[in-house]
Design a protein around this ligand. Structure first.
Ligand SMILES: NC(=O)c1ccc[n+]([C@@H]2O[C@H](COP(=O)([O-])OP(=O)(O)OC[C@H]3O[C@@H](n4cnc5c(N)ncnc54)[C@H](OP(=O)(O)O)[C@@H]3O)[C@@H](O)[C@H]2O)c1
Length: 227
């Protein structure tokens, strides 16, 4: 790998993580990616580690690469399935991938960034962090936990010149947003444009599309009327 800026991307064999990895490589970054599947990327500045973020060897594999030279870490791993009474184990798994995996990643990466007084951690949460719905309880709750955790963490890390950004998208055109009834659908390219904007400006919270975020709040308010 070259001596350029180094990034770690978790969950990048597909979707937004894959799009972001390609963009960073094209912009001169060196990237280390982690996911359960092999990567379609073949580039001298790219190293792919096959690992499941819920496995017992995840932290060890991540620690091998989380030295102080990492200036950017983006947590893109995520799953979301329709709620199924016959498969409550899937609910638990969603928390492990979407929330605990991010917490473990930050545990491995943040100390090095704090020591070197530089770095940026970005997590992909979702506008769903405000939604209450019977269709996806664990997805919504894991994203609510993730948003709350990283936004507080951002304030704790700021005095050490380490930025933490919570990215909240609506629907992005990947395999996660299956089907055709998703409003305000954004392309992967557009979502990557927004993440690159976050890398430059280092906000604590970044939400797009704003209209969708507003509708999600109204949805939450109407749902609570049913209580
Ligand atoms: N698409 C949307 O509409 C949307 C909207 C808002 C927020 N988001 C969030 O954005 C993030 C990326 O979503 P996406 O749409 O790009 O999804 P995607 O296309 O399904 O990609 C998810 C990535 O996460 C990896 N992954 C899943 N489980 C993993 C595990 N246990 N260990 C390691 N890697 C794992 C997958 O790779 P492997 O299968 O190879 O492991 C894949 O590379 C997610 O957190 C999602 O919640 C998505």
């Amino acid at each position: 790998m070259s001596n350029s800026n180094k990034a770690i991307i978790i969950g990048n064999s597909d979707g937004i993580g894959l799009g972001l990895t390609k963009r960073l490589l094209n912009s001169g970054w060196a990237v280390i990616g982690f996911s359960r599947s092999a990567s379609p990327i073949n580039n001298e500045n790219y190293n792919h580690i096959v690992v499941d973020v819920t496995s017992s060897d995840y932290e060890a594999k991540l620690s091998e690469h989380s030295g102080e030279e990492i200036s950017l870490c983006v947590y893109c791993a995520g799953i979301g399935e329709q709620f199924d009474f016959e498969n409550l184990k899937q609910e638990e798994k969603t928390f492990h991938v979407n929330l605990i995996g991010a917490v473990k990643t930050i545990e491995a990466i943040l100390p090095g960034m704090k020591r070197s007084k530089k770095g940026h951690i970005i997590v992909l949460s979702s506008i769903a962090d405000v939604i209450i719905s019977p269709e996806a309880p664990s997805y919504n709750a894991s994203k609510a936990g993730l948003s709350s955790y990283v936004e507080s963490l951002a304030l704790a890390a700021r005095p050490y010149n380490v930025a933490v950004t919570n990215v909240r998208f609506g629907f992005v055109d990947t395999k996660m947003a299956k089907g055709d009834k998703f409003p305000f659908m954004m392309s992967v390219e557009k979502s990557v444009d927004y993440i690159m904007q976050c890398i430059k400006k280092r906000p604590i919270r970044f939400t797009r599309p704003r209209k969708m975020a507003f509708l999600a709040l109204i949805h939450r308010w109407f749902t609570r009327l049913r209580f």
